[in-house]
Write a protein that binds this ligand. Sequence first.
Ligand SMILES: Cc1cn([C@H]2C[C@H](O)[C@@H](COP(=O)(O)OP(=O)(O)OP(=O)(O)O)O2)c(=O)[nH]c1=O
Length: 191
Amino acid sequence: MILASGSPRRRELLQQIGVYFSVQPADIDESPLADENAVAYVERMALEKARVVAQQNPDELVLGSDTSVILNGGILGKPVSKGEARETLGRLSGQTHEVLSAVALVRGATERVISIATKVRFRVLSDDEIRRYVDTGEPEDKAGSYGIQGKGAILVAGIEGSYSNVVGLPLTETAALLNEFDVPVWQTEEA
Ligand SMILES: Cc1cn([C@H]2C[C@H](O)[C@@H](COP(=O)(O)OP(=O)(O)OP(=O)(O)O)O2)c(=O)[nH]c1=O
């Protein structure tokens, strides 16, 4: 199997459940279409990432994924600057948002895609705390400008739903999807 992703989190999550794979990141245009809703957007992104790599590897199973943070229907991706990261965290402060991750599996002409939502509640953050967190550099490559698995853990008051989905790949649902394509989990030796 090929993981069509440059995300170190997705690599670690797939390794965690004992799946063997190689990595081939897909470079695609991640701009949302006009009037595209959040579910349609993350599913299209996951599918496009998988398709690009599947076209170069027609006999292989390819997994693509996308994670976005949704606040009041708006899609928040990765910040382009520290200023934008501070602004995003200010908006998330004291609020509940949704993290949406889509997973797509593509082999030749066979395609499957799912998306999962997790609710994340932030406690109220002070401006000083936001500034100090952004200065750690952690928000840089993360949707919604935080990482629940890192220093950002202390921003989170609670979650409802899948934790791995917030980090970048919903493991329960990914394992079920891989099962449909006869890819085993919990492998202990290189197959
Ligand atoms: C909300 C949240 C996101 N993230 C990360 C997961 C994803 O890597 C990233 C969202 O960006 P994505 O565009 O989904 O993924 P990516 O660009 O990192 O990798 P690729 O497209 O090659 O697969 O945000 C965390 O690590 N922790 C979190 O708590």
